[in-house]
Design a protein around this ligand. Structure first.
Ligand SMILES: N[C@@H](CCC(=O)N[C@@H](CS)C(=O)NCC(=O)O)C(=O)O
Length: 219
């Protein structure tokens, strides 16, 4: 099989890069990583050379190009069915995919107000009323979803074992921790389990060693 190459941006800030990277690393999928750091707040013109959207992550596999974080996870799950990136049975997989799509297309208030920032010291934000209302609504929906799933699976991850859905929410776990957005004990246990995963630790160690600062994401 041709080598898989995953192009990503800064580990400290690139939340979309983090998702397929942690899914593939946690599952033990062999791949080569190429990191192209942001050279402006929105990206890097070099992304256009490697990705049809000019965005990362993008996966190269021979002549195949896969962009969009969730599409990358799906592609790799099909290439390596034995790695069980999605849960069994089909009904659980459907829920895992539903919440992953919800992540991909939603929670904009949270994403905009609270950028992923692995090295950020913990601390709450003083948000304007309307922004806070949007963030609170996003947090409430995610908490309700996670609590229901954790109760059903018994943890430590959303569907028991670490899966693609945990990967899709990994950057949210950083946001919840860094901006002190949650208090719920079961959710804090879940966050600790993800943050204790060797794949998370490996990403975090590399993020903390990065020299680059993106001022727009330092809120
Ligand atoms: N929906 C895409 C989002 C990708 C995305 O926005 N990536 C950011 C980096 S985290 C990017 O490349 N930004 C550059 C730009 O927008 O020019 C995905 O899931 O992969």
């Amino acid at each position: 099989m041709d080598e898989l190459t995953l192009y990503i941006a800064n580990k400290n800030y690139s939340s979309w890069s983090f998702r397929p990277w942690i899914a593939m690393t946690a599952a033990g999928v062999p791949f080569r990583e190429v990191l192209i750091p942001f050279d402006n707040p929105a990206g890097n013109p070099k992304f256009k050379d490697i990705s049809p959207t000019g965005r990362v992550p993008v996966l190269h596999h021979g002549n195949v190009r896969v962009w969009e974080s969730l599409a990358i996870i799906e592609y790799v799950a099909e290439l390596f069915p034995e790695k069980r990136i999605w849960p069994e049975p089909a009904a659980e997989r459907a829920v895992a995919r539903s919440i992953s799509m919800e992540m991909l297309s939603g929670f904009r208030a949270l994403r905009n107000a609270c950028p992923m920032n692995i090295r950020r010291p913990k601390g709450r934000l003083d948000l304007a009323e309307d922004v806070k209302a949007g963030v609170d609504a996003d947090v409430a929906r995610i908490l309700a979803m996670w609590k229901e799933l954790l109760e059903r699976s018994g943890g430590p991850f959303l569907f028991g074992e670490f899966c693609g859905a945990d990967a899709m929410f990994a950057p949210v776990i950083n946001r919840f921790a860094a901006y002190e957005l949650v208090m719920d004990a079961a959710v804090l246990d879940y966050m600790a389990a993800v943050r204790g995963h060797p794949a998370w630790k490996s990403w975090e160690t590399a993020a903390l060693a990065e020299p680059w600062i993106v001022p727009e994401d330092e809120v």
